[in-house]
Design a binder for this molecule. Structure first.
Ligand SMILES: *Cc1c(COP(=O)(O)O)cnc(C)c1O
Length: 387
């Protein structure tokens, strides 16, 4: 059996894979089993922040790997502590809980919100309001948080205590807060899986003000938007928000599994001994990888990300077959005249790997993608969209 046959025989059928087997890569170029090269405009869904097999990243990983590859959370390890300190210094948050994925980073946020609210406002204060069209993960609780019914149907009953409202609809949100005792609101500043849809800054501001008044926790899911993706370290920084809880994962460790839940002042002491835990969470190799990533996201680098973003917006806005361009930084959605899947298929034929999100083409290239590759990818995309 070849890889495709073996995969289709032995792997659970959850992924509708493209007929491409990737065997190697370097930076923003990946190579398939037939030695065909592609420009990678998806970076593993926003994970390989500095591309494939980046040297600085690799050195950080292999150095730590040779020292200690894993230690239980019964003991201290330096990469874990260093990374938490960097995250807090860069955000003003007070404490970090490490896990292994985006869903887990949201699970932790939910646990913190429930404990905070039940201790402060009573055990019946547990409802979490999320936004329609959101995506927060695949566990039964984060599915409940995900405001898209089609993810829910087959898996009832989900964790109770979640209500979703339309993004931008403060009136609906306030009315939910009258009907239920609400512990927290969880939002993505830019809905990624939902089609690269940003929330308006009026809504974000009104939401923050309302949450403060009512002592409702403001939680921001930065799993996809975080770690430099949008041109700032976290997308909430574009909106001038001060969230109580921030969850992140995807690009944090540049290609190794790491989730982080950042806790602000209000909730920094909510989790105590035994309240939460993770065997792999804070793994020293993953943390060393993340430190190497965060250290490179300085102002000069973020300016380059922004310049590449401007180039993409300029190239796509008003182009033939492109109806609208959304997103921030290097998280970009294209509403195309042709079905998004057709554009992505055409690009793949022509050596460019892109993603879709809902009915849009979604681009999440490595943050350090070289300009020449970006130009080539844009040319292929423009041609595919215009057809
Ligand atoms: C991908 C994603 C998740 C889920 O992350 P996993 O690592 O797959 O569990 C949660 N929230 C958002 C916004 C995401 O984009």
């Amino acid at each position: 059996m070849n890889t495709v046959e073996k995969d289709q025989t032995y792997i659970a059928g959850t992924y509708n894979r493209f007929p491409v087997e990737i065997v190697s890569g370097s930076g923003s170029l990946v190579t398939d089993v037939d030695q065909k090269q592609y420009i990678d405009m998806g970076s593993g869904i926003g994970v390989t922040s500095f591309g494939i097999a980046d040297t600085v990243w690799q050195n950080a990983v292999t150095e730590q790997m040779a020292k200690v590859q894993h230690m239980s959370n019964l003991y201290y390890t330096q990469p874990c502590a260093d990374l938490a300190a960097i995250l807090c210094e860069k955000t003003g948050m007070k404490k970090v809980f490490f896990s292994n994925s985006g869903a887990e980073s949201n699970e932790c946020a939910v646990k913190v919100a429930r404990k905070y609210a039940s201790e402060k406002h009573g055990t019946d204060c547990y409802t979490i309001v999320t936004l329609k069209n959101s995506f927060h993960g695949r566990t039964l609780t984060t599915l409940a948080a995900t405001g898209q019914d089609h993810y829910h149907e087959l898996f009832q009953p989900l964790t109770p205590g979640f209500v979703s409202v339309d993004a931008g609809d403060m009136a609906a949100l306030k009315s939910v807060c009258q009907e239920y005792k609400v512990a927290a609101v969880l939002i993505e500043c830019i809905q990624g899986e939902g089609g690269v849809v940003p929330v308006s800054s009026e809504f974000a501001q009104a939401l923050q003000q309302f949450c403060r008044e009512k002592d409702i926790l403001l939680m921001v899911d930065e799993v996809q938007t975080g770690n430099g993706r949008t041109g700032k370290l976290y997308a909430y920084m574009h909106y001038g928000l001060t969230p109580d809880i921030v969850s992140t994962a995807k690009g944090l460790a540049g290609g190794l599994p790491l989730g982080a839940t950042l806790l602000g002042e209000k909730v920094e002491h909510v989790l105590g001994f035994g309240d939460h835990g993770s065997t792999f969470g804070g793994n020293p190799v993953c943390c060393a990888a993340a430190i190497s990533i965060l250290k490179r996201l300085d102002d000069a680098f973020m300016a380059e990300v922004q310049a590449k973003s401007d180039f993409l917006f300029d190239s796509f806005q008003g182009a033939k077959g492109i109806e609208s361009v959304s997103g921030l930084g290097l998280m970009i959605g294209l509403k195309t005249a042709r079905p998004a899947a057709d554009v992505v298929g055409e690009c793949m034929k022509n050596g460019v790997l892109c993603l879709t999100a809902k009915n849009k083409v979604r681009l999440l290239p490595a943050l350090n993608i070289p300009m020449d590759l970006l130009r080539q990818a844009v040319a292929v995309l423009l041609k595919a969209c215009a057809e």
